[in-house]
Design a protein around this ligand. Structure first.
Ligand SMILES: [Zn+2]
Length: 94
């Protein structure tokens, strides 16, 4: 794991489905600009009830597949302010 302290903050992007209360992680290790561009690019294409949310990522994650990244899931669990806790699903879109 590479220590990102003192460098550009990183962002991860989740897809949250508020109808099903499910989420999946679609991107991580993005710069803030990349995350914003990704959200703006894909949010209009989300199905109704789903949205892309970017979250702060304190350090770079070593896992290459965001949807298999445990560190991302921990960040989402800590950041989620909904009850019951959203359920993690593995999805490759977008
Ligand atoms: Zn991650």
């Amino acid at each position: 794991m590479i220590d990102n302290a003192g460098k550009e903050p990183l962002k991860l992007v989740v897809v949250y489905d508020r109808n099903r209360n499910e989420y999946s992680i679609t991107q991580h290790n993005l710069s803030p600009d990349e995350a914003q561009a990704f959200v703006e690019r894909w949010n209009p294409h989300m199905t109704q009830g789903s949205s892309l949310i970017s979250l702060d990522q304190p350090r770079r994650h070593g896992q290459s597949e965001p949807n298999q990244c445990r560190a991302c899931r921990l960040i989402v669990v800590r950041s989620a302010r909904v009850e019951p806790q959203p359920k993690f699903i593995r999805r490759n879109t977008p």
